[in-house]
Design a protein. Structure first.
Length: 479
C-alpha cells in the first residue's frame, strides 16, 4: 500500500494491481488531491476502507482476488462517494455494471491521462446521488460486439443513458447496427421492463404514418372499421424506436414535435388527450443537418430528438472487431441450426481487409453463407474469396463506391468498343434514370405521386420521363 500527499483537501483511493499504471495515475493526479492511496486488490482495499473515508475511488475491474465492480457495494463505501472505473475488459457489460454501482465515469484502458484528470476534477466536485444508481441488467452484451475505441464511446454513452429518459438519436451508415443499439439502450435503461416497439418510417405510406404512430378511431378514414392502437400507445411504459426518422414526411413531423413538447397526443379521429409515456429513440443513416438545411426536416424537431446523439462507426473503421464479430455470428448460426465453423488465419485476414460497404449486417450475411457453403469445418481463404466475389454485387448494392465502379466498368467497355464515339453521356443517364424510375415505382407500389415525391420531381415531370424512356407506369402492379 502506497500513499502520497499533495496540495488540496481531497483523498483519492486507487485500486490497481499493475504497478506501472498505479505509478502513472499517482503522478498524474499528484496535484489534484491532498491524500492519494494505492492498493493492489480487494482485501487490501477493504482493509484501507475500514479505517479511511475517500472522496473518490478509482478502481480496476479484474483484480488478483476478485472483481473490482461486483465487490464494491459490500465494502462499506459511502453510497455518495463517486467511483471511476478503469478496465481493459472493454465491453458494454463492463460499462453497464459500472453504472450499476453508481460510478461517476468509466474509462476503458488504455485511457487518456488528460481525460482521466478532467474526470477526477469533475467527480471531486460532485457526489453521486442514490437515484443515479440502477440495477444492472443480466444480459452482458445485448447483441453488441467489439472493443474498438469507437465502440467504447458507444458503450459509455449507453451506460450513461441507463439512469434517465432523454431522447436519443442514433446515427450511422446502413448495416452498422442502429436497432441493436436502440434495443441495448432499452434493455439497460429504466424502462427495460416495458415494451420495445419499433417502426420504420421509410416503410409506411405517408398518408398512414400518423395513424401508425398515434392510432385511429373507428370511422376516422376509409377502411378504419375499428379502433386501432398506435405505436405510442403500444410502447407505453417502454421505448419507441423511430427508425429511418430522416424519411419522415414533413407534415407528420409537426405532430411528432408537438407530442415531444407536451408528452400528449390524440388518435386520428379522436379528441381525448392521451399521455405519451415512452422514451423516444430515433435513428437514421441520413445526414440530418443537411436535411434541415434543405428544409426537408424541421430544425426544432431535430433538436428535440438529438438530445443525446450516438454515432455508430462503419465496420471499415473498426476492423479489429471483425474476428470477434465473426465468432459471434458463427455462434448465433450454430444456435439457429447452421453448421459450426472455424476460420483459417488467411480467411480471417481476407475478411479483415474487406471494406464491408454493408457493414456489420453484410458481414453477418457472409458468415452465414460461408457456414452453409463451406465443405469443411475450417473455412479457407478460397471459400471467403469465392463468397465475396459472388456476393459482391448484392453486398455492394446502393453504395456510392459500387455505383462509381459500375460506371467505370461500363465506360471502359464502351470506349474500347466504340472508340469513344457516340452519346456516352446521354446513354448512361438514360440507363441510370430508367433503373431509378423503375425501382422507385416499385417501392411506391405504382403510386406516381408518391414516386415523384421520393424522386424530388413533380408528377408531370415523372410522367414525361416515363414516356420518353418507354417505362410501363403499371410495372409494380404486374410483379
Amino acid at each position: 500500500m502506497t500513499q502520497a500527499r499533495a496540495a488540496g483537501g481531497k483523498t483519492i483511493l486507487l485500486v490497481e494491481d499493475d504497478p506501472a499504471i498505479a505509478l502513472i495515475v499517482r503522478e498524474t493526479l499528484a496535484g489534484e488531491c491532498a491524500h492519494f492511496a494505492s492498493v493492489t486488490g480487494i482485501a487490501e482495499r477493504n482493509a484501507w476502507l475500514a479505517e479511511n473515508r475517500p472522496d473518490l475511488i478509482i478502481t480496476d475491474v479484474v483484480l488478483p482476488d476478485g472483481d473490482g465492480i461486483d465487490s464494491l457495494p459490500g465494502a462499506g463505501v459511502d453510497p455518495l462517494t463517486p467511483v471511476i472505473v478503469l478496465s481493459a475488459r472493454n465491453t458494454l457489460d463492463t460499462a453497464v455494471r459500472a453504472t450499476g454501482i453508481g460510478s461517476y465515469d468509466y474509462l476503458p484502458k488504455p485511457f487518456d491521462l488528460d481525460e482521466l484528470t478532467a474526470s477526477v476534477r469533475a467527480a471531486l466536485q460532485r457526489r453521486v446521488l442514490p437515484s443515479e444508481r440502477v440495477e444492472p441488467a443480466t444480459d452482458d452484451s445485448h447483441g453488441l460486439v467489439g472493443r474498438a475505441p469507437a465502440m467504447q464511446a458507444v458503450y459509455r454513452t449507453i451506460a450513461r443513458l441507463a439512469t434517465n429518459d432523454l431522447a436519443v438519436l442514433i446515427l450511422g451508415e446502413s448495416g452498422t447496427g442502429k436497432e441493436v443499439v436502440a434495443r441495448a439502450i432499452h434493455a439497460t435503461g429504466l424502462r427495460r421492463k416495458g415494451p420495445f416497439v419499433a417502426i420504420n418510417m421509410a416503410a409506411i405510406p405517408r398518408e398512414l404514418i400518423e395513424a401508425e404512430l398515434f392510432g385511429h378511431e373507428k370511422g376516422a378514414f376509409t377502411g378504419a372499421t375499428s379502433r386501432s392502437a398506435g405505436r405510442f400507445e403500444q410502447a407505453a411504459g417502454g421505448t419507441l424506436f423511430l427508425d429511418e426518422i430522416g424519411d419522415m414526411p414533413i407534415e407528420a413531423q409537426t405532430r411528432l414535435l408537438r407530442v415531444l413538447q407536451t408528452s400528449e397526443y390524440s388518435t386520428v379521429g379522436g379528441s381525448q388527450a392521451l399521455r405519451a409515456d415512452v422514451r423516444v429513440v430515433a435513428a437514421t443513416h441520413r445526414d440530418m443537418r443537411a436535411l434541415v438545411a434543405d428544409g426537408r426536416f424541421r430544425e426544432d424537431l431535430f433538436y428535440r430528438l438529438n438530445v443525446i446523439p450516438v454515432t455508430l462507426p462503419p465496420l471499415r473503421e473498426r476492423r479489429s472487431d471483425i474476428a470477434a464479430l465473426v465468432r459471434h455470428f458463427v455462434e448465433a448460426g450454430r444456435h439457429a441450426g447452421l453448421p459450426d465453423r472455424q476460420f483459417a488465419p488467411a480467411a480471417m485476414q481476407l475478411l479483415e481487409r474487406h471494406d464491408w460497404p454493408g457493414n456489420v449486417r453484410e458481414l453477418g450475411n457472409v458468415v452465414q453463407r460461408l457456414a452453409v457453403l463451406s465443405r469443411d469445418t475450417v473455412v479457407t481463404a478460397h471459400d471467403v474469396a469465392a463468397v465475396l466475389r459472388d456476393g459482391g454485387e448484392e453486398a455492394d448494392a446502393g453504395t456510392a463506391e459500387s455505383i462509381a465502379r459500375a460506371v467505370d466498368d461500363w465506360a471502359r467497355e464502351q470506349l474500347a468498343d466504340a472508340g469513344g464515339e457516340g452519346d456516352l453521356h446521354g446513354r448512361l443517364l438514360a440507363i441510370v434514370e430508367a433503373a431509378l424510375l423503375r425501382r422507385t415505382l416499385r417501392a411506391a407500389r405504382g403510386n406516381q405521386l408518391e414516386a415523384a415525391r421520393r424522386l424530388g420531381v413533380n408528377r408531370n415531370t415523372l410522367r414525361k420521363r416515363l414516356g420518353q424512356l418507354a417505362i410501363d407506369p403499371t410495372i409494380s402492379k404486374k410483379e
